[in-house]
Ligand binder design. Structure first.
Ligand code: ADP
Ligand code: 5GP
Length: 194
């Protein structure tokens, strides 16, 4: 379904939780009318302020099972104890708009996609797990145990960043945004595909 012709229109952004991925993606979406965001399905409950169909399609376990069984996902993964997946239909309809499609995918999913298709694969990194913990605590959207589970996964996830063709370090947010924008405007298709 996704052939190489689309490689320059797919942008896959991956980061450990708390690295600032949502903040950066939000700004990209606001500033670039030629980008559309791939809304994933998830079994995790919405956070305060999140809207069904905007951040995610929030579904129950049974609905997610049904989509897995009918091969409805391009990829899906268990992330921090919840399931997240990118529907094939979502990507097909967004590609049909002619715009560039931005996917927010976890580390496992990002590695799998790198072996599955060509795209611009970007990893958002920070200096270490403590920075992630501090940011997640300050964000105050998740319970303490959820934060600890995410931070516990982070060391391994940060190391996996070495397997990405492009890494943007989000220390200073403005600088990270500039670096990210440069990569995206520099054209797609840079790396990935194995
Ligand atoms: P993610 O989507 O990767 O989990 P968020 O974008 O929600 O992360 O960012 C986590 C928290 O860190 C948010 O409260 C955000 O405002 C903050 N943040 C993002 N980038 C920076 C930065 N460079 N310096 C300090 N705080 C940041
Ligand atoms: P959050 O719960 O913080 O919104 O997201 C948790 C993680 O799930 C993030 O790392 C995010 O990139 C990932 N994620 C969101 N959608 C998808 C998806 O469709 N597939 C995969 N593999 N991961 C996803």
């Amino acid at each position: 379904m996704i052939d190489a012709a689309y490689a320059d229109r797919l942008i896959v952004i991956t980061a450990p939780s708390g690295a600032g991925k949502s903040t950066l993606i939000h700004r990209l979406m606001q500033e670039d009318p030629n980008l559309v965001f791939s809304v994933s399905h998830t079994t995790r409950p919405p956070r305060a302020g999140e809207q069904d169909g905007r951040e995610y399609h929030f579904v129950g376990e049974a609905e997610f099972d049904r989509m897995v069984a009918s091969d409805g996902f391009l990829e899906w993964a268990d992330v921090h104890g919840r399931r997240y997946g990118t529907a094939r239909e979502e990507i097909a309809s967004l590609l049909a708009t002619g715009k560039r499609v931005l996917l927010d995918i976890d580390v496992k999913g990002g590695l799998r996609l790198q072996s599955l298709l060509k795209a611009l694969f970007i990893f958002i990194a920070v200096d270490g797990p403590e920075t992630l913990r501090r940011r997640l605590v300050e964000r105050a959207t998740d319970r303490r145990e959820v934060i600890e589970r995410r931070v516990a996964n982070a060391t391994r996830e940060l190391e996996a960043g070495r397997r990405w063709p492009h890494v943007v370090v989000n220390h200073d947010l403005a600088q990270a945004y500039t670096d990210l924008k440069k990569l995206i405007d520099g054209g797609g298709g840079g790396g990935g595909g194995g």
